[in-house]
Design a protein around this ligand. Structure first.
Ligand SMILES: [Mg+2]
Length: 172
């Protein structure tokens, strides 16, 4: 599989349900911050906080891995969610992801890498043989902005949407 393709795609992190994680034997998630957990105004939605809490209660290990060099920003999010974190991770380089893997003590195939960018989160996770999950960037839920700003991401997402539709047709 080409490195640019995520294993799964969801519109928002909160759509990643525990049943989906169980089905795919994912025991831990490495989470991106900017545009995955928070928007440009650093807002953390109530739904996202609830989602994190629910996964934690279900034994899913969570770790924050951000490419941002703004320690305070990443730390604030991590503290709000009571999660361990690293910043300035340099995804798609493997170093930060491997470090996170050692801390969470799971095999790569049991780790989901969640993020909004193909060229950092997805390629990095795929290089480490982890289960990559692409989400729409929080600040760009508007389809037109996304189409203009993220042409490659969009091509890939449309492929997943089409696959899903076909599957639905089969089971109808
Ligand atoms: Mg991001």
């Amino acid at each position: 599989m080409a490195l640019i393709y995520p294993k799964a795609y969801f519109r928002d992190v909160t759509e990643i349900k525990k049943d989906f994680l169980a089905e795919n034997e994912i025991k831990a998630l490495i989470l991106d911050v900017d545009n995955t957990l928070i928007d440009y105004d650093k807002n953390l939605k109530k739904e996202t906080i609830e989602w994190i809490k629910d996964l934690k209660e279900n034994g899913i290990k969570l770790y924050i891995l951000s490419n941002s060099n703004k320690k305070d920003k990443v730390k604030t999010v991590a503290e709000k969610l009571k999660l361990q974190y690293s910043y300035f991770a340099k995804k798609p380089l493997k170093t930060g992801l491997k470090k996170a893997m050692r801390i969470i003590e799971e095999k790569p195939e049991n780790i989901g890498v969640v993020g909004d960018q193909i060229f950092t989160d997805v390629i990095g996770g795929n290089r480490c043989k982890m289960f990559t999950i692409l989400v729409d960037p929080i600040a760009e839920k508007d389809i037109w902005i996304t189409m203009i700003k993220r042409p490659i991401e969009n091509v890939i997402k449309n492929r997943y949407k089409k696959q899903r539709k076909e599957k639905l047709n089969v089971y109808k």
